[in-house]
Design a protein around this ligand. Structure first.
Ligand code: UT7
Length: 335
């Protein structure tokens, strides 16, 4: 008798994304910001971003992406065993937006929670989801990366508001006996740099008050230069560590899907890693930085266009508030 337990893998059977209809190009930005298309394109690669309509929220953005991912997977919301939402811009501090999404989907009684690790959120959430799959605890998991940053940036601060956009992306992971899924992951955080990206107001340290509002501390603030340096330093080594943990080298990776924060960060990382730029997935020009949504949005777009195949081997890599970072080697389907 063979007593060996068969490993449990997780196939990505569904994917979906949603971006709001409203396109805000660099040319549409208010003149009072004293910025220019030239500055934004040269420094960031961003040409336009999507802005949520007044009646849209983080929950409704997630709902569109989740429904698309479930439809693609061919399963209904009640078949889910778990929902994980990565976001730093929920509808409310409390309740968790994951429960709001669970209800809106009609996923009755399905457990749901939020992962808050800034722009690295999707890599953390995906790695977490796979632990439930690999342990055999759950068979069908929805992982969402969503952000509605246009409501959390100061629209009078040109150094911040031009950088971000709103979006949601989602994947469905289903347990399978066939070898595929998350091959490795690397996660990290360095709280000594927590002030580099911070929303000072509205938490226990500085509850909302007139003073918070007067100092515009209800908005996210970022030390762009420091975060830029950190990002270019961390992307290459993190990808190399994730590849090594999977028993691979970067030469075995078909596509790198990086968090879309700045085209220059991606170009610098490509050079440092000696990995061809045309094998990096880039869509920052059209959506700007959508934080935890950027990777599942880029993944969905490129799977839908046929540029990325489900049998390709992917490296996901992200960095953000915390500061946090993470990378994962992912094979959506058996190769
Ligand atoms: O997703 C989370 C992680 N976030 C990131 O990875 C972002 C990382 N950082 C960056 O992408 C870049 O640092 C930025 C795009 C945010 C800024 O680019 P930079 O080349 O580092 O510019 P800077 O902050 O050093 O500013 C240079 C100049 C300043 O003027 P002075 O002081 O040199 O006169 C800024 O006031 O550019 C000015 N500036 C702008 N000018 C026109 C800043 N923002 C703008 C703007 N339009 N929108």
């Amino acid at each position: 008798m063979n007593n060996r337990v068969k490993p449990i893998y997780g196939q990505i059977t569904g994917w979906g994304a949603y971006v709001p209809e409203k396109v805000l190009t660099n040319h549409d930005l208010p003149a009072a910001l004293e910025t220019s298309d030239e500055w934004i394109v040269q420094r960031t690669g961003i040409r336009e971003r999507r802005i949520a309509a007044p009646d849209e929220t983080t929950c409704t953005l997630s709902l569109h992406a989740s429904r698309a991912a479930l439809a693609k997977a061919g399963i209904g919301p009640t078949e889910l065993d778990l929902i994980i939402v990565a976001t730093s811009t929920p509808d409310h501090h409390t309740p968790p937006v994951s429960s709001q999404l669970q209800h809106a989907l009609g996923a009755t009684d399905v457990p749901a929670f939020v992962v808050v690790t800034g722009c690295t959120g999707f890599v953390y959430a995906l790695s977490t989801a796979y632990q439930f799959i690999h342990s055999g605890a759950y068979r069908n998991i929805l992982v969402v990366g969503v952000e509605l940053l246009s409501r959390f940036v100061d629209w009078t601060d040109r150094s911040m508001c031009v950088l971000f956009g709103d979006a949601a992306g989602a994947v469905v992971i289903q347990a399978t006996e066939h070898s595929c899924g998350l091959r490795s992951f690397v996660l990290g955080s360095d709280g000594s740099q927590s002030e580099q990206i911070i929303m000072h107001g509205g938490g226990s340290a500085r509850p909302f008050s007139q003073e918070v509002l007067d100092n515009r501390q209800q908005y996210v603030q970022m030390n762009g230069r420091e975060v830029f340096k950190f990002a270019t330093r961390v992307v290459g080594p993190t990808c190399e560590q994730a590849a090594a943990k999977a028993g691979l080298t970067l030469a075995d990776i078909d596509w790198i899907i990086p968090h879309q924060a700045n085209l220059r960060i991606i170009q610098t990382a490509a050079k440092l890693m000696d990995f061809p730029m045309e094998r990096f997935v880039v869509n920052i020009d059209r959506y700007a930085n959508t934080s935890a949504a950027s990777i599942p949005l880029a993944l969905t777009e490129n799977l839908e266009s046929g540029r990325i195949l489900p049998t390709d081997r992917l490296m996901l890599v992200a960095f953000g508030a915390g500061l946090t970072w993470g990378a994962a080697v992912l094979e959506l389907s058996p190769r």
